[in-house]
Design a protein around this ligand. Structure first.
Ligand SMILES: Nc1ncnc2c1ncn2[C@@H]1O[C@H](COP(=O)(O)OP(=O)(O)OP(=O)(O)O)[C@@H](O)[C@H]1O
Length: 954
């Protein structure tokens, strides 16, 4: 015991500081919804400031600490609040990029201001001497540190729970508008929270300062250990976060006693990150669900016309082919830049294609480089085999990293990848099977062919150039096909993808594996160019620079990758300044922050420029011709233009909205197999609220069945239970008498259940045609990774036919090439319907499909539904507030109120039923022939609200 106690005491002290830092982190995350990756960097700022004042200027430590903590802390907090406010509506990737950018900026500024050569230490300052406790000497400084951290966290927890400010802080992230109505200013509340959070980070920096010589990276990493503590607290609970910090501190300290050599020697410093990773991997999902927040739809980027891209690509290739003739001593760096562009392509696949944040791409490079060296040097494998195997070694690691992506939201994935990179460095870099304990470097042999010179610098450059072209080409082909659609669909709406029949966990694992493979191969190719590499080349924080770069560079595949690699590798190569790398880090960090802030206010390419290019290259005319050629010829009586939400998209818009639905039977429209969706004794609870209770209903094929009721009656919850998005506490869902209650959403879709959403779930970065195509091919991709990559020729034809038919049916042919994000509400509703109609679904769940449509559009919508049911025999379960539409199309109606079924019968009987009138319809006039909507004012109001809401996808 007496041998263990000193370790426990040390652990409690560092753990208390972890806990303190973690508490500040949780506080700001809880109140703003923005996770501050720069939290550790704030601590570094305070530590250096404290050093400058206390040691440099000779101030007394209380004065220096007061300025570093109580002055600098709140000031930094106010700056961060400003930043957090400007990125509140940005996508997660941009939010992460902005605070990661801040971390890079702070580190670079510290290095530029203080240099890295001089050793700076801060002596113990809090208290001197020690006291004997339980048979061991305990330093007073440790006792004071522990007591300070404990009392501060306890005081904050009490404040958070009991004071008005604390309540406001808890409320502000959920509904700032509601908070404002109660007389509290959301902005002031957030400022307080950020000031307190940053002050705690600063305090932890000053408390850590005497522990080891000052170093911006080490200080940042020390406080990053607080991420593990925050994870233990579920990113919401302050006392648990503090307890988590203590546990991590004690375990890490104890492990320094037991694991001094051998494979676990790296465990002590890796422990906080191990805890972070394990919590994210195994803790129940509900424990980790953080504050909800709105994320604005991403603006679909404009793509340069293919002709221009091809010309530019050929020109670039010609220039790259001449590089060996002028590069001289920089040729190796050019080769490394090309290899690095493959790594950027791999990162772009994750971040740019499907919105998955990865902060450990450099770790895959390290695995690739080390793996290749061991396979080719130690095991004597042929060069190419060793290269491919090195890539494959990274694949299972990528698959493990995908687990948080499958289970949790994007932020936790970002954290898991961040923690994983640091974990890998501490635990494995020094092992023999990676870089070895000496850091002497690993040989990276060149390939050798008797008939081609590829082992000299020039030959190897051309080899890597060829591989880069192949990688970019393969990705470009995949991007334009099924995999590209699925990945973008995953980024835009995993829910819609899943309910279209795609097992999104397979998609996620697949993209992580492909990305890991490419990064490892790129890492190995770059290492070979340098002949020998050591662990120093793969510091995990370098991954943050990669991430910042992938966010800030412009252009599509492969332009962004080449630009990023060029900036990262070639600028330092050609620059003679000793601080070039640090200045670049500063610039990249600032650019990441600026990109996140500006993302929603500027278009990257001005519309006038796009239009000019389109006109010069005839892109628009060609696109229009392509669309017309791909779509079947419209019937003579088909309407000429698409419908809009009240505003004509074209001069003919109004007329089109009112036009009849084409009556010509769609080519190849076959009738579906008869069956039914049956719900038996369904009960769904949200905590204490029973949203649906004892519900029984049947929706057979060949009929439109209505499910109506007032707001909050449980209709959407019923749909979610039917499609597998919520788990009922009781009851079952059957498709064709087969119980699917335990099947996931994708499996239910594959059995024939399609759906639309009350809050529309479109793939905003995809065109209308690609949105609809995903509906047609989702079930074909299913859960098979190979089917994700591309379809068989017969499948491709079937998808095209189904897509064309659905586009024609919903009269979307003219909009086929338009990105979904650019559509009006009415058009978006139609695209969602078309996506559903394109799939091989037999029962369609349509959730308020007419919300946001005007009267003419609604009538037309009803006609489409009737046509689909009559022609194909599908069944529709329709949630709808527009009673004219219900009366028009529904043959049977179920009425819900407070989650319970209050009526079953025909639509006409429902309108006349006193029970239904009392519960839902009230005394409002229900016009039928004229098609007027009249279900109380609530429905109408909500529709208007919703139309506004839908401008921002949640
Ligand atoms: N995720 C959730 N967590 C907690 N409560 C929820 C959740 N989703 C819905 N509820 C509650 O369950 C009840 C039923 O909601 P639901 O959205 O199913 O009603 P609805 O009939 O579809 O209403 P509307 O017509 O407004 O869409 C409501 O009281 C709602 O507040």
């Amino acid at each position: 015991m007496s041998q263990v106690l000193p370790f426990v005491v040390t652990g409690l002290t560092t753990g208390a500081v972890y806990g303190l830092a973690g508490t500040g982190l949780v506080l700001t995350y809880k109140t703003s919804g923005v996770f501050n990756f720069a939290h550790g960097a704030l601590a570094a700022v305070a530590a250096y400031l404290f050093y400058s004042l206390h040691i440099g200027q000779g101030w007394s430590w209380p004065m220096a600490a007061a300025v570093a903590v109580l002055l600098a802390g709140p000031l930094l907090g106010l700056v961060l609040e400003l930043l957090a406010r400007s990125i509140q509506a940005a996508s997660l990737a941009l939010q992460v990029a902005s605070t990661v950018g801040l971390l890079l900026v702070i580190q670079a500024v510290i290095v530029l201001s203080y240099g890295t050569l001089e050793l700076r230490t801060v002596p113990v300052f809090l208290a001197s001497g020690d006291v004997r406790l339980l048979g061991t000497n305990v330093r007073w400084t440790d006792i004071v540190t522990f007591a300070f951290a404990l009392l501060t966290t306890a005081g904050l927890s009490v404040m958070f729970r009991t004071t008005r400010l604390g309540t406001a802080m808890r409320a502000v992230v959920d509904d700032p508008a509601l908070l404002a109505l109660t007389g509290n200013s959301p902005a002031t509340t957030r400022r307080f929270a950020w000031s307190i959070g940053a002050t705690l980070a600063a305090a932890s920096g000053v408390l850590f300062a005497p522990l080891l010589p000052l170093d911006p990276v080490q200080l940042t990493l020390l406080v990053v250990a607080a991420f593990g503590a925050a994870a233990v607290g579920g990113f919401t609970n302050l006392p648990l976060t503090f307890a988590g910090g203590l546990a991590i501190g004690v375990l890490a300290s104890l492990s320094t006693k037991y694991f001094t050599t051998g494979p676990l020697a790296g465990l002590p410093p890796a422990l906080p990150f191990t805890v972070l990773f394990v919590v994210l991997l195994v803790f129940p999902r509900r424990y980790l669900i953080g504050p909800s927040r709105a994320v604005a739809r991403r603006r679909p980027s404009w793509t340069v016309p293919p002709v221009l891209q091809l010309v530019a690509g050929a020109a670039l290739l010609a220039v790259l082919a001449t590089v060996p003739s002028f590069a001289g001593i920089h040729l190796t760096d050019w080769t490394v830049a090309l290899a690095t562009s493959i790594v950027f392509l791999s990162l772009g696949l994750l971040v740019r294609n499907c919105g998955q944040v990865s902060l450990c791409q450099v770790s895959f490079m390290a695995i690739g480089a080390a793996g290749f060296s061991h396979l080719s040097v130690d095991h004597g494998l042929p060069w190419l085999v060793a290269l491919l195997l090195a890539g494959l070694v990274a694949v299972p690691v990528g698959a493990v990293l995908a687990i948080p992506a499958i289970r949790l939201t994007g932020l936790y994935l970002a954290l898991a990848t961040f923690g994983f990179g640091i974990f890998l460095q501490y635990m494995f870099y020094a092992q023999d099977y990676m870089f070895g304990p000496t850091g002497a470097g690993l040989d990276q042999p060149r390939p050798h062919l008797s008939w081609l010179e590829i082992d000299d610098d020039r030959g190897y450059y051309f080899l890597v150039l060829a591989m880069t072209v192949i990688a970019a080409g393969v990705l470009a082909v995949l991007d334009r096909g099924r995999l590209g659609r699925l990945l973008r669909g995953l980024g835009d709406s995993p829910t819609a993808l899943e309910t279209s029949g795609v097992t999104v966990s397979v998609t996620r694992v697949l993209v992580f594996c492909v990305s890991a493979f490419m990064a490892a191969v790129g890492g190995a190719l770059g290492a070979v160019a340098q002949s020998t590499v050591s662990a120093d080349s793969y510091h995990p924080l370098l991954s943050l620079t990669y991430f910042a770069l992938i966010v800030i560079v412009l252009g599509g595949n492969p332009w962004y990758a080449l630009t990023a690699a060029g900036a990262l590798v070639l600028i330092p190569s050609y620059s003679s300044g000793e601080n070039t790398a640090t200045i670049l880090q500063l610039v990249f960090g600032l650019a990441a922050i600026a990109t996140a802030i500006a993302a929603h206010s500027t278009a990257l390419v001005p519309p006038a420029v796009r239009q000019a290019i389109g006109t010069v290259l005839g892109g628009r005319r060609r696109a229009a011709r392509a669309t017309a050629a791909a779509a079947p010829q419209p019937a003579a009586d088909s309407p000429p233009a698409a419908v809009t939400d009240g505003q004509a998209a074209s001069p003919a818009g109004e007329a089109a909205a009112a036009a009849p639905v084409p009556t010509r039977p769609a080519a190849g429209a076959s009738r579906v197999r008869p069956g039914a969706l049956t719900v038996r004794g369904l009960r769904v609870r949200y905590g204490g609220l029973v949203a649906v209770d004892e519900l029984n209903l049947v929706a057979p094929t060949g009929r439109v069945t209505g499910l109506i009721g007032p707001n909050g009656a449980g209709k959407t919850t019923t749909f979610n239970a039917c499609s597998g998005l919520v788990r009922p506490s009781r009851g079952s869902v059957l498709l064709d008498d087969r119980d699917v209650s335990r099947a996931g959403p994708a499996a239910r879709a594959r059995r024939g259940l399609g759906r639309t959403f009350q809050r529309m779930e479109l793939f905003d970065t995809l065109s209308v045609r690609d949105n609809v195509a995903v509906g047609a091919e989702g079930t074909l991709a299913g859960g098979n990774p190979l089917s994700h990559l591309a379809g068989r020729p017969a499948d491709r034809l079937a998808v095209r036919v189904a897509t064309d038919r659905a586009l024609e049916l919903c009269d979307l042919g003219d909009l086929a090439g338009v990105p979904a994000a650019n559509l009006s509400t009415g058009q978006r509703r139609l695209v969602e319907l078309a996506r559903c109609l394109a799939g091989p679904f037999r029962i369609l769940l349509l959730d308020e499909p007419s919300a946001g449509l005007d009267r003419a559009e609604t009538r037309r919508f009803g006609a489409i539904l009737r046509r689909v049911v009559d022609e194909r025999g599908v069944g529709i379960l329709l949630v709808e507030h527009d009673m004219s539409l219900v009366l028009d199309v529904c043959e049977a109606v179920y009425v819900l109120d407070f989650g319970r079924l209050v009526f079953t019968g025909s639509a006409r009987e429902a309108v006349e039923s006193p029970i239904v009138r009392a519960a839902y319809l009230g005394d409002a006039l229900v016009e039928t022939a004229a098609g007027s909507t009249a279900v109380g004012s609530a429905a109408a109001d909500r529709t208007a609200d919703e139309a506004a809401d839908e401008e921002v996808a949640v």
